[in-house]
Design a protein around this ligand. Structure first.
Ligand code: PNS
Length: 160
């Protein structure tokens, strides 16, 4: 039982920072739904199916976490999934401006509240975009993403 929380994001690819927040949310809520956004105006490194698949493998240890994707408004997806709250990680003050705007808009258009979880300091520097950049220049991302994600990242970058 307990509330259902939605953890939305682009997850291109999922990092250990994301997994830290998802795992802690899984301890607090009855169900956690990870919602991968499909944004037609962006060209991610991994397709929506790949991002969902990488996440499914990464959250396998949590019995109350499931992964899905969505298009359109997050508040509509949350309602359709029966989620009563959004959970997002905050790494630093720099995240706050963008996140508070989205949280207030989601409250305004969907009466849906967002709870912010402080990212563990261990991961406060970590982002998917930095992981992609470091890996693309041959840098080592071991320990920053799960091993299966690192492998798929190296394979994808090798494809050119
Ligand atoms: O990983 P990100 O880029 O921080 O995730 C952003 C996300 C997916 C939470 C945001 O882009 C989103 O909610 N997109 C769905 C469209 C939507 O509802 N837009 C209005 C938000 S106020």
């Amino acid at each position: 039982m307990g509330l259902t929380a939605l953890c939305p994001g682009t997850f291109d690819p999922v990092t250990n920072g994301h997994l830290d927040v998802i795992g802690r949310a899984a301890e607090l809520f009855g169900t956690v739904i990870v919602a991968v956004v499909e944004n037609p105006s962006k060209t991610p490194l991994f397709t929506i199916e790949e991002r969902v698949g990488l996440l499914e493998e990464a959250v396998r240890e949590h019995r109350n976490v499931r992964v899905g994707s969505f298009r359109g408004l997050l508040v509509d997806h949350a309602r359709a999934q029966g989620a009563s709250v959004i959970v997002k990680g905050l790494r630093a003050v720099s995240d706050y401006e963008y996140e508070i705007q989205m949280a207030q808009m989601n409250q305004r258009i969907g009466r849906l509240d967002t709870l912010f979880m402080a990212t563990s300091p261990k991961w406060s520097f970590l982002s998917s975009s930095l992981v992609r950049e470091v890996a693309s220049y041959g840098g080592d991302v071991e320990g920053l993403v799960p091993d299966h994600v690192r492998k798929r990242l190296l394979d994808r970058l090798a494809e050119g």
